[in-house]
Design a protein around this ligand. Sequence first.
Ligand SMILES: [Ca+2]
Ligand SMILES: [Ca+2]
Ligand SMILES: [Ca+2]
Length: 400
Amino acid sequence: MDRAGQKVHRAMQEATPKAGAAYTFRRHDNVSTDFCTGDKQYCSWSQESKLMASDRRAGDLLGSSVSVNDVQGTALVGAPGAAAMSMYKTTPANNPHYPGKATSVEIPIGDFMAKWARSGGTQTLLPNAMRQVLQQRAVDASSATAVTAAEDVDTQPDYDDPLVYDPRAFDDREYAEAGAMYVFRRNNIIISAGVVLEVQNWPPTEQMKLVPPALRARDGLGTSVALSGVTAFGGANGDDGMGNNAGTVYQYDIKMQRVYFDSAEYYATEGDNSDVTITISRDADYIGHPLTVAYATSDLTAKGIDPLRYADCLSMPVAAREGCGDYVQTSGEVTFAVGDSAVNFVIDLVNDFCKEHYSEYVQLTLSIPGSTALGGEEYYAKLRIDDDDFTYTECTHEFL
Ligand SMILES: [Ca+2]
Ligand SMILES: [Ca+2]
Ligand SMILES: [Ca+2]
């Protein structure tokens, strides 16, 4: 702006435009940080914090909806523009990853669902979104061909981008605008004998990220949110479950905000430990309530086998164990009874006589029963399995 007398504002270019944020403010006595208990004229408001998603990306629109429970110190914030992401904060790759290497398998589910899951002989994490995108690509490609055939160069869309034509190329439309909900948790005020020792504060990134398993591109989870006690609701008005954009609402019990893995990394030694016990704890706030949490393992570098295979392997001499992996895939639910501050689950480990160069890692995740793995540092842990076979040779069989 060049108008005389007007200030010119210039802002830095943002790295993540429209990622969004939510701000918290606190009302306090205008000469101290104490609660304002007198007349309003003696109160003032201060900004406490700026809340942002740890995996923020441009266009997430975090803050499109907000709900706060001031008593427990929880804020639920919607980000309807967020793309669906893996727990490693990356957008999953599109399938098939490698031309010619994808294999079609029979899926033991109903024909209708199976058609969703198979798009051109491929499987995908987000089947319906994949199908929509493939259909859209076909439309794009045929309209581009038609325009080219008519030699009407002026109206030809910009199809320089090879993504449009290559069915195997990465296409972020498969994951766009799925939406997400983030739970932020306040560190509460510390008061001693009526004196505020430390004012309440909010860590700037989320305690947990909530994403339901059925979420797909353009569902818009977090268009609206509501929090009542520990019950959280999130609207996803683009959900197609009951018809195109019919919408849906998800409900969560977020007592999980007070639960955590005891350790970021557990460890065990093959041979020494036939299993490893994983402890999950919770803080005192909800100890008067029972709480069921779900847990699961997944392969990082370690290879998991199922319990049937494990039974086979256990019946073989250690020297003969081939294709027995490193550990037994484990998932389930465990319940904190009233008064329990810790619960356990056990992962069985496999011993063999194969030397391995590196320690193996297993990913451990927690979830609210029915949800996907929760996002948030306290809900992720790793199990490291150390090899004990340094006096043996490396094995050549598969699935080590
Ligand atoms: Ca061993
Ligand atoms: Ca070994
Ligand atoms: Ca191994």
